[in-house]
Every structure is written in structure tokens, then in C-alpha cells.
Unconditional design. Structure first.
Length: 319
């Protein structure tokens, strides 16, 4: 099954039973995104013997939260209807499972095998490569482990005519970083695409790209979209991130319209319609990014100076 249209009505960070019930009843919402990590299921805290259940299980929660009334199992039950066949679950809307920890991947994918696509798609999302402002040390889900786990489930799906899975792959980023994605970062993603034959072995690949960082280097993903003609971009702003100015979003739209690829670019952004407020948010992000860059530069210089002093001290000791 091919990727659904890039134009979806997204519900972002749907991590409680109440929120999920609300978006399931909203006809304008066609796709539901939720974050996954290991934590405590507050919906099932009391066991039959009256004792407290503190077992860590996959839950829908956004870091740094470690408790939720919406476990991964309950989420999959709520987003599906019972099918005509025993134990069959029919997906109501497109869903995106945003994995934050590797420990959640295998158990959730195993449970998702019983979900029938019903014309919908499950997007498996993870930040698997370092992007602007981040390093490999910041990656919680190694690309090899995440992709191999996902592809294993997709292979089983082909045999059992089960859910259609697509990959939603992202970069771990610092949204206030002064510079956008580099050609080398995009090249690393291309390498993974080729090594694991992702376009051939999945329903498709969507790159999840932060809107602010994309606006700094609009052209960097042009070659990617040209090479992988069945791929898409999803341009997002994150939980806790200030709204992005509509001016920046218009610039993104115009760029991809000019390239003829706009139909494959979706948006899941909080925007600020008021020009002064949008400019204020953008300026605040720039100032914060400048301060963080100066801080990192000063730290690196201090480390270098101390290293030289230490080397000179050792040299003096041996003279």
C-alpha cells in the first residue's frame, strides 16, 4: 500500500486516554501521533490483591514524563475496531508511533502485528541520526537496531497480510541551533535508505524535519526527494517549542512549490499568524541559539587551553 497523502490533519503528542478519545471523535483529525517510552501505567496501578503495580511498561508519554493512563496496549485497543475475524483489529485512523526508547520497540511492534491496516497506515517514527546541534551521543535509538526491528515485523506482515507499516525517520536536533541540516547529515540518511532497501521493504519513508531548521537551508533535501520519488517530508514544530512565524512556513511552501515537490510535503506545525509575535518568537529563538553557540564555543576553548596546560605541566615534570 502506498503512503497516504502528505496532507493530513494531525493530532500531536496524544498521550492520555482523554486526549485520545477526543481526537478519535474529531472528523478533522485523520492521523494521530503519540510518544512511547517505558513508564508506569496509572490506569492499572492497583492489582487484584490490592498491591500497587509499579512495573514499567510501554506507555504513551512525552519526556520527561514517566507516568500515563494510556499504555501502548490500551492505545492500540482504542484506535482500532473489532474485525470480522477473531482477534482482528481494524485501524480507525492513521497513527504514528514515536519511539523515544529502544526498550519499547520490540514489545509494541509485536502487539501491532494484530492490527489490520483497514486502508490506514502505521508510521514507525524515531530520531535515528544526529542533526543540527546534536551528536551521536544524543541518539537513544541506534539506527541499525531500530530499522532491523521494524523490518523484521514488516516481513512477518507480508506473510500474514497484516498492517501496512511506513517508516518516519528523523534527526535528533536542537531546534534553536543557528544552522540547518548539512549535506553530510542528509547523506547519512541516504546511506541507511540504500543499505536497508527501505523504499522496497516498507510502505514508504517520510522524513520528519523541524520547520525552523528546514527554513535555514531549504535546498538540502531537494536531491533526496528527487531520488526517492515515493518519499515525503513532514515538517514539524515540537512540544514546548514556540510557534513558528507564518512567514517562515510560507517560504518553505514556496520553495517546494517551485521545485514541483510540494504535494509530498506535509505540515504539523504550530504557527503564529500575528506578524509582530511571529517576529518576536523567531528573534527569541535566534538569541537563544546564539547564546548556546557562544557557550559551547567557550567550553571548547577552555577545554583546549586546559589540555595544553596539562601537557606543558607533564612536560616540565619530565625535564
Amino acid at each position: 500500500m502506498p503512503l497516504p497523502s502528505s496532507t493530513q490533519g494531525w493530532a500531536h503528542s496524544t498521550c492520555t486516554v482523554e486526549m485520545l478519545q477526543k481526537v478519535l471523535n474529531d472528523s478533522a483529525i485523520t492521523a494521530i501521533e503519540s510518544d512511547l517510552l517505558m513508564g508506569r501505567d496509572t490506569f492499572s496501578t492497583i492489582q487484584d490483591d490490592g498491591s500497587s503495580n509499579n512495573e514499567l511498561v510501554p506507555i504513551m508519554a512525552h519526556p520527561p514524563e514517566r507516568e500515563s493512563d494510556l499504555s501502548a496496549s490500551r492505545f492500540l485497543d482504542m484506535v482500532t475496531d473489532a474485525g470480522s475475524r477473531k482477534a482482528e483489529k481494524l485501524l480507525k485512523k492513521h497513527i504514528k508511533l514515536d519511539f523515544k526508547e529502544m526498550e519499547t520497540v520490540q514489545p509494541v511492534l509485536e502487539e501491532a502485528r494484530s492490527v489490520h491496516c483497514n486502508g490506514k497506515t502505521i508510521f514507525l517514527n524515531a530520531d535515528i541520526l544526529p542533526g543540527p546541534g546534536r551528536t551521536e551521543e544524543d541518539i537513544a535509538l541506534p539506527p541499525e537496531l531500530f530499522l532491523e526491528a521494524c523490518l523484521s515485523v514488516m516481513k512477518a506482515r507480508d506473510r500474514q497480510q497484516q498492517t501496512s507499516f511506513a517508516l518516519s525517520l528523523g534527526f535528533k536536533v536542537d531546534v534553536v541551533h543557528l544552522f540547518g541540516h548539512t549535506d553530510d547529515q542528509v547523506s547519512q540518511m541516504k546511506t541507511l535508505m540504500e543499505r536497508y532497501e527501505l523504499m522496497e521493504r516498507s510502505a514508504g519513508v517520510v522524513l520528519a524535519i523541524n520547520a525552523r531548521l528546514l527554513s535555514k537551508r531549504l535546498h538540502v533535501f531537494d536531491a533526496f526527494l528527487e531520488k526517492y520519488t515515493k518519499s515525503q517530508l513532514l515538517v514539524w514544530t515540537g512540544t514546548g517549542e514556540p510557534p513558528i512565524s507564518e512567514r517562515k512556513v510560507r517560504n518553505i511552501r514556496r520553495h517546494f512549490e517551485a521545485k514541483g515537490t510540494f504535494a509530498r510535503v506535509g505540515f504539523d506545525c504550530q504557527t503564529c499568524a500575528l506578524l509582530p509575535m511571529g517576529a518576536l518568537y523567531d528573534t527569541a529563538i535566534f538569541v537563544l541559539g546564539t547564546w548556546k553557540l557562544a557557550k559551547r564555543t567557550a567550553r571548547a576553548c577552555t577545554k583546549k587551553i586546559l589540555g595544553k596546560r596539562s601537557a606543558l605541566t607533564e612536560k616540565d615534570k619530565h625535564q
